[in-house]
Ligand binder design. Sequence first.
Ligand SMILES: N[C@@H](CCC(=O)N[C@@H](CS)C(=O)NCC(=O)O)C(=O)O
Length: 219
Amino acid sequence: MIKLHHIPFSRSFRILWLLEEMNLTAELRIYSITDGSLRKPEFKAISPFGRVPALEIDSITIHESGAIVEYLTETRPECGLGRLVGDPDRISYLEWLGFAETQASIIASLNMQHLFMGPETPASPAVLKLEAARLGATLKAMNSSLDGQDWLLPSGFSAADTMMGFNLFSASYFVHVDKFKNVIAYIERIKSRPAYIRARALDGEQKFYNKNFYEALDV
Ligand SMILES: N[C@@H](CCC(=O)N[C@@H](CS)C(=O)NCC(=O)O)C(=O)O
């Protein structure tokens, strides 16, 4: 039995999607980010920092999406979704896994300021603008990396795409992604993957964003 501790449209989607790519079925335990359930001792016994994703599998429990991705791909090499030691794409693969969280930290900052800070602690317009520009710079670099290739690695689709690809769906609330043509084509390729479509159907409704775009100065 595999159990994924999950919040719809959060980083745990990376794992939900990867499991579908691997044809592994997980039972979902769904949480809310705002009701305090991640702070409870029962949840911290599963995920000590009170974050999703956490995955129960093979009689162990793992937290941190990058660690889960590495565990799944290394213990199931037959799925071909990792790049193991000796693979020519190994270093790029590891760089993308790490960079997924560099980029996600900017998105998390924008989420915090646009969505979760109340009127008594207004966000700084200067910081919002700077963070949106920094996010835009990461998309510009991704756009260059995708020049002439369908997926982030020349050798084809990998778990790096589930780590980075997930970010793009949140990034588009803060940056006009349409100016990055390779990124747009990449998003369309992701959306047409059967495993991605199945994962979205399982994901549940996102409850963070209540408009399509958050302007940098819209505070
Ligand atoms: N680096 C961690 C980040 C996990 C994380 O921050 N998840 C968010 C959801 S996207 C969360 O659980 N937030 C709860 C909170 O901040 O209270 C990972 O990649 O798994």
